[in-house]
Design a protein around this ligand. Sequence first.
Ligand code: GLU
Length: 451
Amino acid sequence: MSPSPVRVRFAPSPTGFLHVGGARTALFNWLYARHTGGKFILRIEDTDKARNTVEAVQVIYDGLKWLGLDWDEGPGIGGDCGPYFQSERDAVYVNYLAKLEAAGKVYLDEKGATRFKAPRQLIVMEDLVCGRVEVDRSKPINPLGDLEPDPTIRRPDGSWIFHFVNVVDDIEMGITHVIRGEDHLSNTPKHIELCQALGATPPKYAHIPLILNRSGGKMSKRDQGASVQQYIDEGYAPEAVANYLCLLGWSPKDNREKLDMGEVISLFELDKINRRNAAFDTDKCFWLNGQYVHEMSLERFRALCMPVMERAGLPIGGFTNDYLDHVLASVKEKVKLLKDVPAWTAYFFTDDFPFDEEAVAKTLRAAGAGERLRQLAAHLENIAPESWDAATLEGAFKTLAADAGVKTAVFIHPARVAASGRSVGPSLYHMLSILGKEKVLVRLRAAAEKA
Ligand code: GLU
């Protein structure tokens, strides 16, 4: 008999925030499903009514979609094991509770809560990441000799406790592997007891190491870089962030860092997940993003930049794709974050671009700058519009500087600030060639006036 197909799930509780730790858990589940040809299920654990809002769930969808983690069953997709919101599965839980009641495995405590009569056995877990873990549930949990209290299943108000509904849903949804954060390892003996009491075989478990912040503590919501939304807002490329998350607890044998997701899918195995905690390194994620941006195709770069530029209010719609591509190609090697693209390119799309104060003070207000700009404009005027390209411009700058007996930089610096308002940017000759003769001359002369 062939082994049953893999079914894994990501089971977030909507908190209004997708933590990188949660995103990494989702990613590892997704990778395992794609590696094995199994199914990746999204289940929303929204039993906490107070925190359960439409927006909070949307944050999860947005983050997963942005990272490219598509689910095979779950909200918006459907599937045979729905509904995929715990808040809509009350009838299922009532049914499972009835099984425990029929078997005499639950009782009402003095406060009216339903409790599970824990069998208190020796639980041996063969965790796929942590290895063999033994917990003797018959032993006291403290020096006073207290046993762990019987787990609550349902509160007096009828609401369900996480442990019970989590186990029931894993059974009902045919989950074969539970891949989740190591912070749940201590819950697992309880989950195994519940699962067995319900007559089911527990899934295989893989508890993945925690993500640590810079100071070595468990990464929390407040740590820098903790929210997936932050990467979206700061203009990271999703493929770079997904790649970075892969490296948090997993790495290929040869320790390469920039890895295509298709390759990760083919290499990914649960037993290769690192047992040691993973340190979160914002600088490395930033570096990796730069690598991705530089190496991606112009087409991909354009697709990522356009919404960012539109949101920044740049009127890119009024320009040809050809022009847009020239502009983007000129800055692609320079930018690290997509959110910087509007500032790097605004002057290509509007004449009303900002001037950097410092650049103005240093170059345009320098002695003789106005005169240089006037000379330059007069000299460039002689270039025929059809010869207005980077090579011709370079030649023109050099001749002008040689004739004046100065370094080319004497013309380059003020020209750059005059044309773009900035002291950094793409190669000057390319920038001027893209802008076109007419605009360049107007800007040089306007800056000469100001200087
Ligand atoms: N809702 C739980 C959490 O967010 C899921 C735990 C699990 O994956 O079993 O931590």
